[in-house]
Design a binder for this molecule. Structure first.
Ligand SMILES: C[S@@+](CC[C@H](N)C(=O)[O-])C[C@H]1O[C@@H](n2cnc3c(N)ncnc32)[C@H](O)[C@@H]1O
Length: 401
């Protein structure tokens, strides 16, 4: 990915134009619409997608751009791919560490930490790491193992305590502080000589770091964002001048789109997820009939034991929970089958939306990168690991000019 200011900016503007031009394709969610507004405009694509199986949708999910679907799919896919192209950040070999350090860390998390750490390169060597929303502080410890100072900020008391014990046991000089990073006094925690790092701090949490660290004029920082939709406001508040000037209004639902890529799950987990969705889609058909209103009705997330109920009981209980009239004279077998049929259609129609997943994520990342540039940072953006290690694999590196 081009590193130069104008290139980040021109990429942002190209993404902005692409997303704006195709809003009708990525905003409506197949799950909540029986018919999507764009289907009338592209009947051939709609019919082609609707006749495909659930297995076919599943196999195309993480690479929708490879699908040979009718127009305008291929052209949009090409455009999406070109706009989403982004290089891996250069990496350097890490010093070997004691295997004790990774003992309590789940495998994939440790891979993320190693990849994050090996992608950090700054002109001057950091002296004091600040692990932002640190959990137990595994990332900070990996970075500070050769003697640099480490401060970990985390608001979950148990994680702070566990982190303190781990650091002491591993002989790492670290201070684990209980801190709500959204509170006013969080600003006092950031010092000029800190190098803040944030691995997967959600929405508002990493935005807050960029604001406070640039206010404190920290020399460098590294942020791998996630959960763009975990924000307090009901729609996205752009950060950069270009983002604020954009006509793109992003709801919480829209902000969830980049997160919809799934890491390959085992067969049991997939079956569970699919059954839950197929039942919800079947219930959606039922509730439209019971209410006499052809509109989606949100339902709460349900304990997984609900999936052990017979289908008819599931529907009756959910109707009761939503205070709908009790269903009578239903052909439950047919309704259940209709739910599975809809699931296949929904998953295949979602492939169109999925073409915009990475472009929207990059738009959000570049809004952050441009914001830091506008606050006097030299910024690099790239991937720090493969998407199978984590789909949230974009890293922003910022150094004060
Ligand atoms: C997704 S986890 C990431 C943890 C760690 N960086 C890692 O990669 O393993 C987000 C962490 O942020 C913490 N957190 C959430 N809200 C916070 C807040 N307002 N202030 C401080 N920490 C918070 C959570 O308790 C959790 O440990």
């Amino acid at each position: 990915m081009p590193q130069h200011f104008d290139d980040l900016r021109s990429r942002f503007l190209a993404l902005d134009a692409f997303l704006l031009a195709h809003q009708h394709l990525w905003r409506p969610k197949p799950f909540t619409h029986r018919q999507l507004p764009w289907e009338a405009q592209h009947p051939e694509l709609s019919t082609w997608l609707r006749q495909r199986s659930l297995e076919q949708a599943e196999s195309a999910h993480n690479h929708p751009e490879q699908l040979a679907a009718p127009t305008p799919f291929a052209e949009i896919a090409r455009h999406s791919k070109a706009l989403s192209e982004i290089d891996a950040l250069p990496t350097h070999a890490l010093n070997a560490i004691s295997s004790r350090m990774s003992v309590d860390v789940p495998g994939r998390k440790w891979q993320q930490i190693e990849a994050f750490a090996s992608s950090l390169s700054f002109r001057s060597t950091p002296t004091h790491w600040l692990d932002w929303c640190s959990g137990k502080g595994h990332l900070g410890r990996r970075l500070a193992h050769d003697g640099q100072t480490l401060t970990c900020l985390e608001y979950d008391e148990q994680l702070v305590e566990a982190g303190t014990h781990l650091s002491a046991r591993l002989g790492i000089q670290a201070t684990h502080l209980r801190q709500d990073v959204m509170a006013d006094d969080a600003a006092l925690r950031l010092k000029l000589h800190h190098t803040p790092v944030a691995l997967h701090a959600c929405g508002d949490l990493h935005v807050r770091l960029m604001q406070l660290a640039s206010d404190a004029r920290c020399t460098h920082m590294a942020i791998a964002p996630c959960c763009y939709n975990r924000i307090a406001s009901d729609h996205y508040q752009a950060l950069s001048t270009e983002g604020q000037a954009s006509a793109l209004e992003l709801s919480l639902d829209d902000l969830g789109l980049p997160l919809s890529e799934t890491v390959t799950a085992g067969a049991r987990v997939r079956r569970h997820r699919d059954t839950s969705m197929a039942r919800r889609l079947a219930f959606d058909l039922l509730q439209r009939q019971l209410r006499g209103i052809d509109e989606y009705l949100p339902t709460p997330s349900l304990p997984s034991a609900w999936l052990d109920k017979p289908f008819a009981d599931y529907c009756r209980d959910l109707a009761d929970l939503k205070q709908l009239p009790a269903p009578v004279d239903q052909n439950w077998l047919m309704l259940e089958a209709a739910g599975w049929q809809r699931l296949a259609e929904v998953r295949n129609l979602e492939l169109v939306r999925n073409l915009f997943r990475r472009p929207l994520e990059l738009w959000l990342i570049l809004d952050r990168a441009l914001y830091l540039q506008q606050r006097d940072y030299h910024v690099r953006v790239g991937t720090f690991c493969d998407s199978h290690v984590t789909p949230r694999n974009l890293l922003i590196l910022a150094e004060r000019k």
